[in-house]
Ligand binder design. Structure first.
Ligand code: URA
Length: 463
């Protein structure tokens, strides 16, 4: 059957038509009458644009097991190599979204909002932002992920709180949000199941780093929350997947465009990850820092980014008249301790016990080998050091040690004296010594004082 289709199609396309196919996005929808996986794969392999229907049928077929892993892998590689235009990317997102359920909210529910970060070292914004937004009268059903490479995962961090459950059903997510105003949980098996299957396949077929595939993967999960507003924190620099601002800008444009095409007010901020966010890296260490922040003792950069991302959302959904007023609302809730109270309610609703103290592993320090200024930080290496300590996974089956981590004692541009502590390492005997050379090599001290990098490099507004 597939073979027949392919034969019928090949003479029509031929070499000349193939060139046309590359430049005319619609041609193939005219020439291909019947859906066939091989036709779709070949069209993308040869640089054509796929129709919404082809994408929908392919993804529905894959989710239902009618299309094999090897065919999906071939299409993923074709997409990786040839790219997708914005209509195709939105169609792929929609198809993955449609493979599962969408959270349902009552007609009189407040605006539903969320933030997505592309992942960074020390990024614990979600833990602070979700309760603060809930204090502002919006609902936040935050579906988060686990650690990916050197960037930590919000779910792994939360699981350092004894008793806390992140594997909530869609019904539990809806009920908790209605009661508390916010929840942070993993994607249930009913949220974008096509993405779950495809992501595992991409992981083992070298097709992760593709903007359309990343866009559809992220946005299908986020849009399944039934959102009216979404803000994207797209990171660039040494501690993020996108090493350059240009790469981050392209990803931000693709994510935001897809969100808007799907009817969600979506904005993006490009934020610097050339140094860790805040001071703490590691699961329990980051929860402790988030708690300190909600209790008014947070580092400036974490507070500034949380406020900036939250303000975008509040304005987008009409919960605040201007960015300035939105930021003031968030800062007032933080200062009055209302964000902390909301966090306590959210943790209790998810079964967590904040009264059980989880001490960090014993601390040792890494000292500066010379005087000067902190010039550069290889942030990814610090994330890698935490994995080496046992705070992240090398294999999917690895168990995480929540007590290990790092505390950054310097930022880029700080003056340092020889022998001054640069980083505090929380680890059991032996492990700290093992990662010490990696940490020492990650922090470059030089004679010239560098400019301090701006945390928020660019913002694109809601539409
Ligand atoms: N995070 C996701 O959810 N999907 C990707 O493809 C990459 C990062």
């Amino acid at each position: 059957m597939e073979r027949g289709c392919r034969e019928a199609w090949l003479p029509v396309v031929g070499q000349g038509a193939m060139a046309l196919l590359r430049s005319n996005a619609d041609l193939h929808t005219v020439t291909i009458m019947d859906f066939s996986p091989t036709v779709v794969i070949a069209a993308k392999r040869d640089g054509g644009a796929l129709s919404r229907r082809q994408i929908a049928e392919f993804i529905a077929g894959y989710a239902a097991g009618r299309i094999a892993d090897y065919q999906m892998a071939a299409l993923a590689m074709a997409i990786y190599l040839q790219g997708m235009n914005s209509e195709e990317t939105a169609a792929l997102t929609e198809a993955m979204l449609d493979s599962g359920d969408t959270l349902a909210w009552p007609g009189d529910a407040p605006p539903i909002v969320d933030k997505h970060s592309t992942g960074g070292v020390g990024d614990k914004v979600s833990l602070v932002l979700a309760p603060l937004l809930a204090c502002c009268g919006v609902w936040v059903p935050m579906i988060s992920g686990r650690g990916l490479g050197p960037t930590g995962g919000t779910l792994d961090k939360l699981e350092s709180i004894p008793g806390l459950r992140v594997d909530l059903t869609n019904e539990e997510i809806q009920t908790t949000v209605a009661q508390v105003g916010c929840v942070i949980a993993g994607a249930s098996a009913r949220i974008a199941p096509a993405d779950r299957k495809l992501y595992a396949l991409r992981d083992v077929t070298a097709t992760v780093a593709s903007i359309p595939l990343i866009t559809a993967s992220i946005m299908s999960k986020k849009l399944s929350e039934g959102l009216s507003g979404l803000v994207l924190d797209v990171k660039f620099g040494s501690g993020s997947f996108m090493k350059t601002m240009e790469q981050a800008r392209a990803l931000a444009a693709s994510l935001a465009d897809t969100g808007r095409r799907m009817g969600v007010a979506t904005s993006a901020q490009l934020t610097n990850m050339d140094q860790p966010l805040g001071r703490m890296i590691g699961n329990r260490a980051e929860v402790d820092e988030a708690i300190a922040t909600l209790q008014g003792e947070g580092p400036d950069d974490l507070v500034a980014l949380t406020t900036s991302l939250g303000a975008d959302l509040l304005v987008a959904v009409g919960a605040a008249p201007s960015l300035q007023q939105a930021a003031t609302m968030l800062e007032d809730h933080l200062a009055a301790g209302r964000g902390w109270e909301k966090f306590e309610q959210m943790i209790a609703a998810q079964g967590g016990d904040l009264d059980v103290r989880i001490p960090l592993a014993p601390a040792t320090e890494v000292l500066a080998s010379r005087s000067g200024f902190v010039d550069r930080i290889q942030t990814e290496q610090l994330g890698q050091a935490v994995i080496e300590l046992g705070g992240g996974r090398k294999l999917i089956t690895d168990k995480i040690d929540h007590r290990v981590g790092l505390e950054m004692l310097v930022k880029i541009g700080d003056p340092v004296d020889r022998g001054q502590p640069l980083v505090r390492v929380f680890a059991d005997d032996g492990r700290a010594a093992h990662v010490r050379p990696r940490i020492e090599a990650s922090i470059l001290v030089s004679d010239n004082r560098p400019a301090r990098p701006a945390l928020i490099a660019e913002r694109t507004g809601m539409t």
